[in-house]
Design a binder for this molecule. Structure first.
Ligand code: ATP
Ligand code: MG
Length: 324
């Protein structure tokens, strides 16, 4: 049995049209996606803003009903057997806000343990274990109010483990965290899968996160899966290409495609007035491309060869940058 099985899943949201028009328009957020996650797998949905990642997670965690298709978690249908699904999973939502700020870390976990009907004796042991696992043992009696963003996220993850879920869903687990907490969360998630045997489905728009962490990745864009494989195999799509990053100054992002179709803007630093452009351009073409950039008015700050990454896979498949 698969941990997660999704077949032709669809979700449309009604879009409010201002009066006097009385029609309803629909936004197709998820357009018929199919994938499955094995037990004990760390699976990532990677995609840009608005790709449909959160929508998919909400359906799988029974928070939203699909408009079409089918989704099963541990063999249970997320619509018809939602209760069975809920007993076996948990979720750390995007920008988790369900912690009680006026309670301590310990009291929060105590409260959620009671909601999940964890027997009192087990609860005590489990809470202590979890507080140690996420590195909050020393701070267990401090109010959440005084916690950093990273500490709150650690506690949110501990909270999501209180019912010992078989499948854990994480929506953008490291969004907005500092470097140290990001590393902690990534390592912790990895150990949950490798050492505790959990299944994890996470969403991210950080390529590095997907690449370093996930056993398999589905790249999702505009509600569709455009590629799905291990990070290694996905990178084979661009293996023979040469990734180049060109940092320019005083250049408008709109002019990039005019200079060369293969170039995309992967970073904007408005305060410095610089752009980082990326594309697979071989050695022979590179001088011409640089020349065209200069003629179009760009100041070249640096030109650097890079190892192809998942970013290049995304650029190749969509002609856009993931970070756009
Ligand atoms: N409640 C809603 N009502 C109407 N449209 C919505 C609603 N929630 C999401 N959408 C739309 O559905 C699409 C997918 O949104 P979703 O939140 O699933 O994307 P996402 O991949 O999680 O993006 P992000 O990386 O920004 O979190 C977007 O076009 C979004 O505007
Ligand atoms: Mg989202």
């Amino acid at each position: 049995m698969k941990a997660v099985e999704v077949v032709n899943l669809k979700k449309s949201y009604p879009k409010k049209i201002p009066l006097p028009f009385r029609r309803v328009e629909w936004v197709e957020a998820v357009k018929g996606i199919t994938f499955s996650v094995r037990k004990g797998e760390l699976f990532g949905l990677l995609g840009p803003n608005g790709a449909g990642k959160t929508t998919t997670i909400k359906i799988l965690t029974t928070l939203l009903e699909p408009s079409g298709g089918e989704a099963k978690v541990l063999g249970y249908d997320v619509v018809k057997e939602a209760r069975e699904v809920r007993r076996r999973i948990n979720l750390v939502a995007e920008g988790e806000r369900t912690l009680y700020w006026r309670l301590s870390a310990y009291e929060n976990l105590r409260y959620f343990a009671s909601i999940y009907h964890v027997p009192k004796r087990d609860a005590e042991r489990r809470i202590n274990e979890l507080l140690k696992m996420v590195g909050l043992w020393e701070r267990r009696n401090d109010l959440v109010m005084g916690f950093s963003r990273g500490m709150k996220q650690r506690l949110a993850i501990a909270k999501a483990l209180i019912n010992d879920p078989e499948v854990l869903f994480l929506d953008e687990p490291t969004l907005g965290l500092d470097v140290q907490s990001t590393i902690f969360v990534r390592d912790f998630v990895k150990s949950l899968v490798k050492e505790e045997g959990k299944t994890v489905l996470l969403t991210t728009h950080y390529m590095v996160e997907a690449e370093k962490l996930c056993d398999r990745i589905a790249i999702i864009d505009h509600g569709k899966i455009i590629a799905m494989d291990t990070p290694q195999n996905l990178k084979k799509l661009v293996r023979d290409e040469e990734a180049v990053e060109i940092r320019v100054k005083d250049f408008s992002p709109e002019k990039v495609k005019e200079v060369d179709e293969r170039l995309v803007v992967v970073e904007k630093e408005p305060e410095k007035g610089t752009l980082v452009l990326r594309g697979s351009i071989d050695e022979e073409d590179l001088p011409k491309v640089v020349e065209r950039l200069i003629r179009a008015g760009a100041k070249i700050l640096s030109v650097e060869k890079k190892e192809p990454t998942l970013e290049d896979v995304f650029i190749k498949l969509t002609g856009r940058a993931l970070r756009d």
